[in-house]
Design a protein around this ligand. Structure first.
Ligand code: 5GP
Length: 360
């Protein structure tokens, strides 16, 4: 496990509100409990419960959103989540979140995202690069190399994806895409489609997703969390830049996926905890890995599922028999699938190349 922590890693599928530290959530719940807004002991029970079905997870998110959705808290959790990833040697993070509107506290989707960016600015425990303009390549590469030896301050590149929740209307989804376009200078690189997979229809989101792609934004889709084959087919036909999960694919869909070479964000613990896949023995990671399909290990919701990216690498090692060299290569190839620009890719590539020389 220690070794999995020590290697540089790339995280491409992490939801902000799923990645909050338990201690922060409990502290926030206590605060709201004192104001009589929630019953904090009930909240505590729900937060600490470990096994949840996929639909129970979405109920939990509704509760988390009650606890976290004000500007100050959004800023705090963003800062903490980035620092937590960087401290376990995640050197590049694509953090996704659903811009939220809450009229009662004067929150707009834009002000929500401004609070997220404020959180990135507030990061202090590590060095962060999050806009396309704050690149200082040589310093970054050199210091990350040192990080691999645990000698210097951790460094992390962060880029943002704006999520469209499947409960949203077409208009609301398009509003999110427009916001993403406006916020490119603040590190926004793409759009994600997520939320409860049994809610909403593909046709509702398609106009916004097409628009995003036409505008040069990257698109990743939560796909195949439930066996909705019509939707899986439509998602594969759309040819997004990446897919999340891709669990419940039929034989023909698996064949299409492999032919398409669309990179898949694999979230092992999440799939098992939500019972989307009953056991790691039958997880599609093994088949895709053997087929040399582009894959990246991710956490999904490190807080909700009590995991970390290092743990996910460790699980892949024990469940699928991957050795150190194979794990390192898995981390390194993830650089090919990031949504940041070529100069970031180049820096990360150099950094992984240099770390590879020091592998034991
Ligand atoms: P947020 O977007 O509020 O920062 O992060 C939490 C949200 O991400 C949830 O409300 C849900 O919309 C989405 N999400 C988190 N985990 C999952 C998952 O495993 N599957 C899907 N489909 N959506 C998820």
């Amino acid at each position: 496990m220690e070794w999995c922590v020590s290697i540089p890693k790339v995280e491409l599928h992490a939801h902000l509100n799923g990645s909050i530290r338990d201690s922060t959530l409990l502290e926030l719940a206590r605060g709201l409990g004192e104001k009589g807004i929630v019953v904090s002991s009930d909240v505590q029970d729900v937060i600490m419960k470990n096994d949840r079905s996929l639909s129970e997870v979405f109920k939990l998110f509704d509760l988390i959103h009650v606890i976290t959705t004000d500007h100050q808290t959004v800023t705090r959790i963003t800062k903490e989540v980035v620092e937590d990833f960087a401290l376990e040697n995640v050197v590049y993070l694509e953090l996704r979140t659903t811009p939220k509107r809450n009229d009662s506290i004067g929150m707009t989707k834009r002000s929500y995202m401004e609070a997220v960016v404020e959180g990135l600015r507030a990061v202090s425990a590590v060095d962060i690069h999050f806009t396309p303009h704050d690149l200082d390549a040589r310093t970054y590469v050199n210091s990350v190399n040192d990080t691999f030896h645990g000698t210097s301050r951790k460094k992390i590149y962060v880029r943002l994806l704006l999520s469209i929740d499947r409960r949203e209307t077409t208009e609301s989804a398009i509003e999110t895409v427009k916001l993403a376009m406006d916020m490119r200078d603040f590190g926004v690189v793409g759009i994600d489609l997520s939320g409860n997979p049994i809610v909403g229809e593909w046709i509702t989101f398609l106009p916004a997703l097409k628009f995003a792609r036409e505008q040069g934004l990257y698109v990743t889709l939560h796909c195949g969390e439930v066996p909705n084959h019509e939707e899986i087919q439509a998602m594969l036909d759309f040819l997004p830049h990446r897919l999340g999960h891709a669990c419940c694919l039929g034989e023909k869909e698996q064949w299409m996926l492999k032919s398409s070479k669309i990179p898949v964000e694999i979230c092992l613990t999440s799939n098992i905890r939500t019972n989307t896949i009953s056991s790691l023995d039958i997880h599609h990671f093994a088949d895709l890995y053997m087929a040399k399909h582009p894959l990246v290990l991710c956490t999904d919701d490190a807080g909700v599922f009590s995991t970390s990216l290092s743990k996910e690498y460790n699980i892949a090692s024990s469940a699928f028999g991957l050795g150190k060299r194979e794990l390192f290569e898995l981390a390194r190839t993830a650089v090919d699938f990031i949504f940041a620009d070529a100069s970031v890719k180049q820096d990360l590539t150099e950094m992984f190349n240099s770390a590879a020389k020091k592998l034991d």
